[in-house]
Write a protein that binds this ligand. Structure first.
Ligand SMILES: [Zn+2]
Length: 110
């Protein structure tokens, strides 16, 4: 079973958490003025990259707070965790990613 490190509570079992997808997607500033195509792009189309991804997680059965996790979705290894307003976790030096994976640039947080 996976153990997830909530930045507030520490390590807990995976069943206490919910993954809410890619952390690099931000709600558009003026979403009420978007046309249907642009709104559909925001809501439905995700990168879904294979490899190291930055994701939003919630400690849904614990403190109910949100945080960011860096995870290799091929091996299911968590590489780092951060509170939402902290700098995102970075890939540890020496970590070897599967060669078949696509490297995606880490998002720039506001
Ligand atoms: Zn927590």
């Amino acid at each position: 079973m996976l153990r997830v490190n909530c930045p507030w509570c520490g390590f807990r079992e995976e069943v206490e958490f919910s993954c809410h997808g890619e952390a690099s997607i931000f709600r558009p500033n003026k979403s009420d003025s978007l046309n249907d195509d642009d709104w559909g792009e925001y809501v439905f189309f995700k990168e879904n990259a294979k490899g190291i991804v930055l994701e939003r997680w919630e400690h849904s059965s614990g403190c109910r707070r949100w945080f960011v996790a860096l995870r290799d979705n091929v091996t299911d290894n968590f590489l780092g965790f951060a509170k939402p307003n902290d700098p995102p976790p970075r890939v540890p030096k020496g970590y070897v990613q599967d060669k078949s994976c696509v490297s995606i640039p880490m998002p720039k947080f506001r």
